[in-house]
Design a protein around this ligand. Structure first.
Ligand code: CAA
Length: 259
């Protein structure tokens, strides 16, 4: 991979977008590599949490690559959007939990990729924006849809129409960032959160993720029916036996096997 780094340790994969010269802007090659890398991770049971970040201390991802888009035709623009749709859709729906460690600029496609992750942790220097309308285009990697779902239509429209950059604290205030932490603590903070997640039954966490994602696009009644069905399914697992028995035996140590 030319534009990505991946390290796996203690069942956590840290995937780093690594194009520091362009502040980790996403070109088509990077999107394709990300898609391949996530497809590989999806099939690995030894990875429970994925942390996505950008290289350096200035930028998470400064957006789609403007130098690639400047001469692109409508068909090429659409192809780029579809490539991002596939990679970001994979990120959003993969069985592992995904955390965006936002270590600086999260602009355009950068804000959009962070929103395809389950959880966003922002460094104090993080800045979020959807600057596309200032470039004569509109958000094309999910911003019009995921931002509105995450922070509400009113705030999403304001960010997209004004192109205003908001800082980490404002992102936290509107629910775009789950936490704001000092830059030097960012990765450790995300890894510690991953550790707390991994103490719980991995299959149950994965099912909960699927139900939250699928339910978000349903009416409440159908979402609750889906929840009841998958709740029932979780009773068939070894981990349910283990989790409940450990509680009744007043045993802190639990041995989940992911089945
Ligand atoms: N695409 C391509 N190159 C980019 C880039 C991008 N999105 N963002 C930054 N770069 C490049 C710059 O061109 C510059 O390259 P050179 O050194 O070769 O000149 C290098 O990264 C460093 O950037 P700056 O000199 O501009 O750094 P700065 O500190 O002055 O400014 C910044 C930082 C505010 C992030 C500024 O670079 C910027 O505004 N970048 C563009 C942000 C943007 O508009 N993103 C949205 C893209 S459109 C999109 O994402 C569509 C979509 O929905 C998917």
């Amino acid at each position: 991979m030319n534009n990505l780094l991946m390290e796996v340790e203690n069942e956590i994969a840290v995937v780093t977008i690594n194009r520091p010269k362009s502040l980790n802007a996403l070109n088509s090659e990077t999107l394709a590599e990300l898609n391949t890398c996530l497809a590989e991770i999806e099939g690995r049971t030894d990875i429970k949490v994925v942390i996505l970040t950008g290289s350096g201390s200035k930028s998470f991802v400064a957006g789609a690559d403007i130098s690639e888009m400047v001469n692109a035709t409508p068909a090429e623009g659409r192809a780029m959007g579809l490539l991002a749709r596939e990679a970001f859709g994979r990120l959003e729906n993969m069985p592992q939990v995904t955390i965006a460690a936002v270590n600086g600029f999260a602009l355009g496609g950068g804000c959009e990729i962070s929103m395809a992750c389950d959880i966003r942790v922002a460094a104090e220097n993080a800045k979020f924006a959807q600057p596309e309308c200032g470039l004569g285009i509109l958000p094309g990697f999910g911003g019009t849809q995921r931002l509105a779902r995450l922070v509400g239509k009113g705030r999403a429209k304001e960010m997209i129409f004004t192109c205003d950059m908001i800082d980490a604290q404002d992102a936290y205030r509107i629910g775009l960032a789950n936490h704001v932490v000092p830059q030097e603590e960012l990765l450790d903070y995300c890894k510690a959160m991953a550790g707390r997640i991994m103490k719980n039954a991995p299959y149950a966490v994965s099912l909960a993720k699927q139900v939250i994602n699928s339910g978000a696009d349903m009416d409440l009644d159908n979402g609750l029916k889906l929840e009841a069905n998958i709740f029932g399914l979780s009773f068939s697992t070894e981990d349910k036996k283990e989790g409940m028995t450990a509680f009744l035996e007043k045993r802190k140590e639990k041995h989940f096997i992911g089945k």
